[in-house]
Design a protein around this ligand. Structure first.
Ligand SMILES: [Fe+2]
Ligand SMILES: [Fe+2]
Length: 265
């Protein structure tokens, strides 16, 4: 019987697929950390209040990257260079979602509109991250080596999503409502295609290493296409709605050190 849990178990049990899984995750987290760090440094004067929260967001993502790298080291493995077709963060940037890295490398302050684009992109990608981590926590939350790391990251991703909702609602109240709706919609429509393509590319690689049958690979690919179909037909709306979160000011204060997974960081 093919379940998400058995699939993850299979991927984790093999050094090569474990290495790909952790390398893809670490690279996405590290890119997110870098982007947030640069955005925090370039926040316009009018929104200085956001800078510490964006910096905290970046610190969390950097910490996640270190955790995935530490999981690799613990198993005596080195991170591998992430194949382009599996590089979710870079593919999103290449499709014009979020802020261009060229812009972030310059030392010019961002505009409020840039912050709208950043937060809209984050609201969509953090929802994906939170959903993925919730699934991982369900499948691996009690895993002896990975459980603590997975639980810690899952909680952070929920905080990130709550923060995006709250800050976007604040910007909407300040008159950016239309721009926010447009940016959310554009981000969601591109993200779900990129997510589908990356999922197919990752699964194809896993399948080659693990020697999956044609039928098993086809079943998994059909599942990925079905999710995309659902999102395209209207599931995407759940990625663009805004609701004031129960957990307010989720990124107020400094980043929690990875004290729940101290052996990893
Ligand atoms: Fe993360
Ligand atoms: Fe995140």
């Amino acid at each position: 019987m093919l379940s998400a849990k058995s699939l993850f178990q299979e991927i984790l049990d093999n050094d090569e697929t474990f290495r790909l899984f952790c390398s893809v995750a670490a690279s996405g987290e590290a890119q997110g950390g870098w982007e947030n760090g640069r955005i925090a440094a370039l926040v316009p004067e009018s929104r200085r209040d956001l800078a510490p929260k964006i910096a905290r967001h970046g610190a969390d993502e950097d910490k996640h990257g270190r955790i995935f790298n530490a999981l690799l080291r613990k198993r005596g493995l080195e991170p591998l260079e992430v194949p382009r077709e599996t590089d979710y963060t870079m593919l999103l940037e290449a499709r014009g979602i979020g802020l261009a890295h060229d812009k972030l490398r310059r030392d010019e302050p961002l505009t409020e509109h840039d912050l709208v684009l950043y937060l809209a992109h984050s609201r969509v990608t953090e929802q994906r991250a939170a959903a993925q981590m919730t699934m991982l926590r369900r499948c691996l939350g009690d895993h002896p080596d990975l459980g603590r790391a997975v639980r810690l990251i899952a909680e952070d991703e929920e905080n990130h999503l709550a923060y995006c909702h709250e800050e976007l609602l604040r910007l909407a109240a300040a008159g950016h409502g239309r721009a926010i709706q447009r940016a959310l919609r554009e981000s969601a429509l591109v993200e779900m295609r990129v997510y589908r393509d990356v999922s197919l590319a990752v699964m194809a690689r896993m399948g080659r290493v693990l020697g999956w049958s044609k039928a098993k690979s086809a079943l998994l690919a059909a599942g990925i296409h079905a999710l995309y179909g659902y999102e395209r037909l209207g599931g995407w709306r759940r990625m663009v709605s805004l609701r004031m979160p129960e957990r307010r000011n989720a990124l107020g204060g400094p980043a929690k050190p990875a004290s729940e997974a101290p052996e990893l960081v």
